[in-house]
Design a protein around this ligand. Sequence first.
Ligand code: S3P
Length: 197
Amino acid sequence: MTAELGCPRIDCSVVLVGLMGAGKSAIGRRLASRLGIPFVDADEEIESAAGCSISDIFEIHGEAAFRDGERRVIARLLSRPPHVLATGGGAFMDPETRTAIRACGISVWLRADLELLVSRVSRRNNRPLLAGGDPREILRRLMNERHPIYAEADVVVESRDGPHEQTVEAVLGALGAHVEAQRREAAPDSSSASIEA
Ligand code: S3P
């Protein structure tokens, strides 16, 4: 697997965060292939570790047990070589998970407006948090609670209603700028040195 020409060179994992319907899995899959690194979906990993669906975990064991498993599975995934990791919408709300992501990855918040989220989540009914009420009202509440925390991500990219490739391009651009800023911070004199030379 090799990165496409012109894509930033990433030597740690890229972790996608954001609300249900933001496009973390769809964008993540395409992003991973552009960066030439594997794609991993945390929710799928949780399901295979538990041997049942997320809806069943919520129903049988409750949300607290799901969050516990989510924290452990994500910690394990973050120890793998660089990959693109799509996390479930609640994962970044956990302080331990945020710390682990900060330590070994670049976090990218895929921010989407309420209408887009509502239209995307209405295509499937596999999300237990949306099962007990009006998805629009639930998502509105979650936006209020979670957006201030998602805003702590290293990079923020607008997930737009259009071809996924557009959003992937925006993420690649933002990642490139982030990596370059980090490089400058680590070696503040390198650009002036090359000008002087
Ligand atoms: C959740 C989001 C879901 C899944 C679970 C809880 C949340 O993932 O992890 O149903 O708390 O927002 P997606 O964001 O991939 O739908």
